[in-house]
Design a protein around this ligand. Sequence first.
Ligand SMILES: [Zn+2]
Length: 282
Amino acid sequence: MMKRLTLNCIVALLCLNAQACTPTSQDNATTAVAPDCMPAETAPKKDMEQDTTPLGAKALIACYPQFIKAYKNNTIVLADGRALPYDDGKAKTHEEQMDNADIEDMFAQAYDTTIWQPTKNYEPGRIRNEELMKYMYGKNANDVKKHLVGVKWFKQQLPFTCINGAADSLRAVAKDLEKLPAQFHKYFDQSSSFYWRTVRGSQRLSAHSYGMTIDICTKYSDFWRWKNPGKNESDDIVYVNRIPKEIVKIFEKHGFVSGVRWYHFDTMHFEFRPDLLKASGM
Ligand SMILES: [Zn+2]
């Protein structure tokens, strides 16, 4: 029985690695991070055209070129020819933005890497448009699984999506983290990544569903609900974080946003959102 299980695991891992990174809607797949989505100092210089395209739309086009082709008449034009509304024009509370985000809402809060004690409801990256995410990464668990590849993560091998260069970016994160002194390595034990599920205590789909998000070791991490038992999302809460800044900065360097910077903190949580970093001037 044990032998059989081990064999099945090996076969599953081999299959995972063999998956091609082919987006469902486009033929010209690439696993590399889009050159226009590189940090400003490494990106090729371009004439800044004067137009009315919002920063968020520009960042989406630059970071996800195989999926997002243009911004036109308050819509995002997708590679499959559809157009998604950009700004639905509705005034929303913070919770309404999270429950029913249009694409504009995803950029409502700039990601500020100087903030380590977030003020009430400051949580850039926590607001996501589900339709856009599902279009890029997969509309259900099986769809997402088609694009998962194995990424070596310290003593583990984690499934991560190769879409938009996410797996390559996680590999780059691991390479940099490995260079940190040995006392940092405990933070990466028993990490987890892909899991199609809703956010704890809500109906929203977790970013883990898309395969572009990792949770590092929970033993040294803090989640706002665990530290503020009985509190609702609209209540005032106490902020706690034990994850060193060095770790957060390495993830950010490679296109990930961190739950350390969220008022509703989720300090184990790192999510691939180069578009938000780019729209925030990083
Ligand atoms: Zn998480």
